[in-house]
Design a protein around this ligand. Structure first.
Ligand SMILES: Nc1nc2c(c(=O)[nH]1)N[C@H]1C(S)=C(S)[C@@H](COP(=O)(O)O)O[C@H]1N2
Ligand SMILES: [Mo]
Length: 312
C-alpha cells in the first residue's frame, strides 16, 4: 500500500484497496507482505478526507476491531463488550451542537457544517482509561483551539464545559438510570482554557479515516490524550464557555476518586488500584504507564507549581 501524498482521499484509498485485492487473487504464495496487505483489508472503508499523521513516535495502532468493540459509554451499558450491539439507537445525523455561555454571540451549528468548515487531520494518540487499559488510536478531527477561536469567547471565560446530548430514545440509560453510577445525565466534562487551547486537544469526528462509530461517540467527541479517558466526552451536543470550574460527571459520582484534572500519572494511584502500569488492548503483558501518558513535553508546563497529588 503505497501512499506518498500527504493528503489522502477516500477515492485514492479505495482504488489502492482494489489493486491489492487483485494482487491477492493472483498470488500463490502467502508472503508476509501479502499477509500484511490482507490484514489491512479489515480496515473500514474510509469516507473522510484528511491529512495523515506522520506517526513520528512509531506508535503501533490498535486494530479498528479492537477500538470499536471495547467501549465505555454508560448511556448504553456498563458492559464494554455490549456497547457496540446497543449503540444503534444513537442517531448522529442530523446533529446540532450548541455554543453558549461567555461568547460574543451564542450559536448552533450542525455537525455537517462543522466538519465541512474545518480541515481534518489524523492524530495518532495513546489513550489511557483510568481503569488501567489503553490503546493507540488513529483519530481524525481538528484542533479544539481552532474551533474555540471561531466561538469568540469573552475574556472572563476561564473554562470550557462539554455536555453529551440528552435524549432518552437515543441513550437508553438516560431514561432508566439502571447503571447505578450516573444519576445526573447528561454526561459533563470540562477543561481549563489553556488545556482546551493546547494543540494536542482535538474534537474527533472519525477514526481510521471513517466517521466515528456510534460506540466511540458519534458524531463528535473530545480527545485529550494526556488525561484519563473519562475526560474525552462522547457525542457532544453543547459547549459552554464559563467562569467557574465545571463539576464533571465522575467528580460528581465520587470526588475522592476522580478529580477535575485527571492527568495520567503513574505516581498517583487511584484509591482502589495502582496507576503505575496498564494493559494495552490485545496484549497479555502490562507495560509502564508514562507521565502525562507520554505527552509530558507538550503539556507539563501547564501544571508547573501545582501539587499533582491534590489536583488529581
Ligand atoms: N458521554 C460519555 N462519554 C464518555 C464515557 C461515557 O460513559 N459517556 N466514557 C468515558 C470513558 S471512561 C472512556 S475510557 C472513553 C472510552 O472511549 P472509547 O469507548 O471510544 O474507547 O470515553 C469516555 N467518554
Ligand atoms: Mo475510562
Amino acid at each position: 500500500m503505497k501512499i506518498n501524498e500527504n493528503e489522502i482521499t477516500p477515492k485514492e484509498l479505495f482504488e489502492d484497496r482494489r489493486k491489492f485485492i487483485k494482487l491477492g487473487a493472483a498470488s500463490v504464495v502467502a508472503s508476509s507482505t501479502l499477509m500484511e496487505l490482507m490484514a489491512k483489508e479489515n480496515l473500514p472503508t474510509p469516507n473522510l478526507t484528511y491529512k495523515k499523521d506522520i506517526n513520528s513516535e512509531y506508535l503501533k495502532l490498535n486494530s479498528f476491531e479492537q477500538i470499536t468493540s471495547y467501549n465505555n459509554f454508560y448511556e448504553f451499558t456498563t458492559s464494554k463488550k455490549d456497547v457496540k450491539y446497543m449503540a444503534h439507537t444513537l442517531k448522529p445525523n442530523p446533529w446540532a451542537i450548541e455554543i453558549d455561555g461567555l461568547v460574543e454571540k451564542p450559536f448552533t451549528i450542525d455537525i455537517k457544517d462543522l466538519i465541512s468548515s474545518n480541515s481534518l487531520e489524523e492524530r495518532i494518540y495513546r489513550f489511557r482509561c483510568v481503569e488501567g487499559w489503553s490503546m493507540v488510536v488513529p483519530w481524525v478531527g481538528f484542533e479544539l483551539a481552532k474551533f474555540i477561536k471561531k466561538c469568540k469567547p469573552l475574556s472572563d471565560a476561564k473554562y470550557v464545559k462539554f455536555e453529551t446530548k440528552y435524549d432518552e430514545e437515543m441513550f437508553p440509560d438516560q431514561e432508566r438510570g439502571v447503571f447505578a453510577n450516573i444519576k445526573n445525565y447528561p454526561y459533563v466534562e470540562g477543561l481549563r482554557m489553556d488545556e482546551a487551547m493546547n494543540p494536542l486537544t482535538i474534537l474527533a469526528v472519525g477514526l481510521y479515516g471513517k466517521t466515528l462509530e456510534n460506540q466511540n461517540g458519534a458524531p463528535i467527541r473530545l480527545v485529550v490524550p494526556w488525561k484519563y479517558g473519562f475526560k474525552s466526552i462522547k457525542s457532544i451536543a453543547k459547549i459552554s464557555f464559563v467562569k467557574e470550574q465545571p463539576l464533571n460527571t465522575w467528580q460528581d459520582i465520587a470526588s475522592n476518586e476522580y478529580g477535575f484534572y485527571a492527568n495520567v500519572n503513574p505516581k498517583v494511584d487511584h484509591p482502589r488500584w495502582s496507576q503505575a502500569r496498564e494493559r494495552v488492548l490485545g496484549k497479555f503483558l502490562k507495560q509502564d504507564t508514562l507521565m502525562f501518558n507520554g505527552y509530558e513535553k507538550e503539556v507539563a508546563y501547564m501544571y508547573k507549581g501545582m501539587d499533582l497529588r491534590k489536583n488529581f
